[in-house]
Design a protein around this ligand. Sequence first.
Ligand code: IVH
Length: 677
Amino acid sequence: MKIDISTVSYEEAKNLIKKLRHTIQHHNYLYYTRNEPKILDREYDQMFQDLIALEKKFPSLVTPDSPSQRVGASPLKEFKTVQHKIPMLSLGNAFNNENLINFDKRIQKELKTETFQYVTELKMDGLAVSIRYENGVLVQGATRGNGISGEDVSLNVKTIKNIPLKLFGNTIPPVIEVRGEIIMYKKDFEELNKGRKKNGGSPFANPRNAAAGSLRQLDSRITAQRKLQMISYGIGEVEGISFKTHFEILEYLKKLGFKTSPEAALCNGINEIIERCEYYKNHKNDYPFEADGIVIKVNEIALQKKLGATSHEPRWAIAYKFPSEEAETTVKNIIVQVGRTGILTPVAVFDPVELEGSTISRATLHNEDQIKRLDIRINDNIVVRKAGSVIPEVVRVLKEKRPQNTQPFKIPDKCPVCGGLAVRFEGESATRCINVSCPAQVKERIIHFASRNAMDIDALGDKIINQLVDKKIISDYSDLYYLKKEDLLKLERMGEILAEKILRNIQRSKNKNLSNLIYALGIFQVGKYTANLVAKTFKSIDALKAATEDEILAIEGIGPITAESVKKFFSSKQNIGILKKLKTADIKMEKKEIKTQNLLLKKEKIVFTGTLKNFSRGEAQDIIKNLGGETLETVTKATTIVVAGEKPGSKYKKAKAFGIKIISEDEFKKLIAGGKI
Ligand code: IVH
């Protein structure tokens, strides 16, 4: 359904919003909780867009349980504290069958009976939360904290797609606190780390840290971008409903719209529990998330009450921890790898050992701090295991077995790949090579340089850059400006037309704004926003190069690490060499001064649709910005001009419907040249 928002009245909007929220909530549930999507992503997105547009038009209709509220909100200064009316307890641990047998014996003795049931559930490895609903609406989300009080992470939990903002069903209690674990699926964890590494960030050590780090963000918009999930396993405070068994609670939570611990099972007696533990142990790697054990709970609530709890843990439940296999080996070497973003990662290379079905011979040591913590040295005897059954890690060094004459290991201050400067900036755990022509990073550097927000070299995609580097045609981004047609024609799937187009776009990029160039250089910590600030103050690359750290720091919005990073960038002889090559190739290295009387497009709000022949989108946007105008992504009533390129899309129809002025690309050219249209 595509709604024409402009004609919708308040009353109609009220109904439409209600219907849309209900449908979106239903499909959210099918997608995120049941894993059984019934509509196309495109259809879902359309409904979501319609809802946002309606709520934008009638802001008084926005309610806290609307799916539109899942995008996160402005950052908080700090989390408020939440007191848990019913404490969030921890669990005692069992590591072997004997521990389990003793647990069962204790309970039998206390209850003076053998005829009761247990429930076994997977123990998810994430962080515990309590989500409070009043009259079916999510009002608060809190972390476990110390069990008595936690942090108010309400804005963050609202962004998690499989947590209902409003409970499902007809029997909604006036108050219910749903307790469970916030986790990140293994595949989402890997994807997140891949992205972080690509952007030069440091990866999370395991899914649990990723989940905790993502949830406890003061800026809930960051949480909204992370793929978190909640799996519920119990309740806290509740009013208006009571339960006979724990299993009943799990069934009820499912009805309210929650995902509950998969494979929860009823067990009679300790032998069945031991069997069950064996089963889970053999299947622990089959689950999409990391499970670090099994929780065994007495099923009947009356019996749970009878057994009670200590100040830390209930007497009616225990966690059986999966044993993690460990092995002893000897460190043969510690090597330092350089990733595509320049981060130096130390890796321990050891005598191969067999662990959980595979042979491992190396483990990442992450960074300098981890090396110091372990005090790991070449020739040391170490204990290794697979963290979360996947990633090999060094658990500890057997210092009592350390041979004589070992030396503490130091992270080099020169990049092992290119010999350039390797720097560890304050507050960072990573050490990075800052030479932009370092062969380990060169592809990433060039891809970033050519990207839309940087030099915007359209048609020069990742695949072409990879080939150019692999074939040794270019070895840093400045080489792009020395490319010839015959160089490009050596590449696969390259014809005359595409080669000419790329060369034209490379030429055109020479005149990009100074802020684009500064961003394109790929200075650590200098994103688009900072590049803009720097360009405004220094007005040329030469002035920036000559600036002192204090002068850079004096810019409002720039901190000491960025200032140090800029200074270090210009102290690298390799980087200076590349800047010279850029200058020789005639790249504009000064700020374009915009004369105010030239603000031809002041007050214009312009939308593009279809393909432009003569400009890339980014370029057209820059031109509009320089002439005082604004580009918008979607057509709204506020749009003043729509530029229609080849094959215009739905924006064209919308503009027509709204009666907005539509011009061709040629007319746009005339317009920016100062002509009338
Ligand atoms: S029940 C009063 N069930 O494990 C009982 N906990 O080590 C409270 N956990 O803080 C916990 N999966 O965060 C329970 N199926 C499950 C669980 C589970 C993971 C976590 C929970 C708890 C920690 C205790």
